[in-house]
Design a protein around this ligand. Structure first.
Ligand code: URA
Length: 439
């Protein structure tokens, strides 16, 4: 085979054969095809797209570039959950114990934050002692013992995606539907999931800024799942404003625990119940969405989900006393309120809030940046709320006065106000289910 011919064929709009795709990915991951040829193919795919069949082949080729995890020893159908990346997204911390309370086992790999979007691992590492780097045996042991294990991805899992994603990041080829879909799905399949709920974020704080783009991405991933015998449900959810009120690692852990205590913000509770319902529908036989949702709400109200959270944290070495004592979590020394112009909050730019939070130290500009787990932002209002002029719109948690002042200045234009009432936007925009799901 010849890399140049494959690039030219895709450039000219041909459909690549399975053999060509497998060969190219294999040679690229073992270093036999240079980055410049892989970048040329990524750009050709960006412009010409890929058929559903080609996208399935690309996904499989990436899966086979490294190890795959076998979750069969857990003896259950394992349903994974993946967010395409958002701001204030602590959903995994809430939905994992929620679905575990209904008998599911969650055994998943999560990522770190990069750029404007946060990462579940960074949030979990705010909890003293929590270990994200378990061996494969340790991972299965924790999942068996606590019904939940959330760890970091190993370097051996989907190495082709690791290389290709880094290359796409610097060659303007990230926003390609087949490339995003195969990148996400290859990681989920290599991670051993039997079925998955994809939380596809839409809006200012997401990769997909329009509902049409998000729908197309979701349909692509459902089609890949069908091609590889994995049931996929996509929840399309709003990411124009941050999810919940806390953005920043330990602040988000506190909000997740508060949510499990029944005191979470309404839109976060709504979102978590929707995602958890879809996970349960995929993970066990029978049940209507309404009945499952009622069971989940009962698990939340009774405190069973909170108990599952504490058991999970302890099983991964974390200090489960954080559930009752937030002072055990890292905190920042400076807190500064940003006063509201006042009126009805019409918009709160999730991307702007996220970038300020990253600058405070809650996220990374480059992979090597250290994380400050205590810093972040707590919002006191969501879109649709009325705020009295001069009352705090948000509180900045910073490491120094200078940082807090810089953050406050950077956030001045993030909110838009109107004198008349504004509709509260729905958090769940659409749910797309694989037709084979019996619900
Ligand atoms: N998330 C991924 O894992 N891959 C992409 O290409 C985009 C988002």
């Amino acid at each position: 085979m010849d890399a140049v011919k494959i690039i030219e064929r895709k450039r000219d709009g041909a459909t690549l054969d399975p053999g060509e795709i497998q060969w190219f990915i294999k040679q690229y991951s073992r270093g036999a095809i240079p980055d410049y040829q892989a970048a040329a193919l990524a750009m050709a795919i960006y412009f010409q797209g890929m058929s559903p069949e080609e996208t399935v082949e690309l996904t499989l080729a990436m899966v086979h570039s490294g190890d795959t995890l076998d979750l069969a020893p857990l003896g259950k159908r394992i349903v994974d959950k993946h967010s395409t990346g958002g701001v204030g997204d602590k959903t995994t911390l809430v939905v994992s114990p929620l679905v575990a309370a209904l008998g599911l086992t969650v055994a998943k790999m999560s990522g770190r934050g990069l750029g404007f979007s946060g990462g579940t691992l960074d949030k979990l590492e705010s909890i003293p002692g929590y270990r994200t780097g378990l061996t494969a045996d340790g991972f299965l042991r924790v999942a068996r013992q606590a019904s939940i294990a959330v760890v970091g991805q190993t370097a051996e899992l989907v190495p082709a995606d690791g290389k290709l994603y880094a290359l796409r990041d610097v060659t303007g080829t990230v926003p390609s539907l087949p490339l995003i879909a195969s990148s996400i799905m290859s990681k989920k399949i290599a991670g051993g999931a039997h079925a998955m709920v994809l939380d596809v974020k839409v809006g200012r704080g997401a990769f997909m800024e329009t509902l049409d783009q998000a729908r197309e991405l979701a349909q692509r991933m459902i089609a890949i799942g069908q091609g590889l015998d994995r049931a996929v449900t996509a929840v399309l959810s709003d990411m124009n404003q941050p999810l919940g009120r806390a953005i920043g690692n330990s602040l988000e852990v506190i909000e997740a625990i508060e949510t499990l205590k029944g005191r979470g913000p309404q839109e976060l509770v709504e979102h978590c119940l929707a995602v958890a319902t879809e996970m349960v529908l995929l993970g066990r036989e029978g049940g209507t969405p309404q009945a499952v949702r009622a069971e989940l709400a009962a698990a939340l109200e009774s405190g069973r989900a909170l108990e599952c959270f504490a058991r999970w944290i302890a099983a991964q070495g974390g200090d489960a006393r954080v559930v009752d004592d937030y002072a055990l979590l890292p905190a920042s020394p400076v807190q500064l309120d940003l006063p509201a112009q006042g009126g009805y909050l019409a918009e709160l730019d999730a991307r702007a809030v996220a970038m300020v939070t990253v600058d405070l130290g809650a996220g990374r500009h480059v992979k090597e940046d250290p994380i400050d787990h205590g810093v972040g932002i707590v919002l006191h209002a969501a879109v649709g709320d009325y705020v009295t002029p001069g009352a705090p719109l948000l509180t900045i948690h910073a490491a120094s006065d200078a940082q807090a002042t810089a953050a406050s200045r950077a956030l001045e234009g993030a909110a838009r106000w109107t004198p008349s009432a504004v509709r509260r936007p729905p958090v769940v925009l659409e749910i797309l289910r694989d037709p084979s799901v019996n619900a």
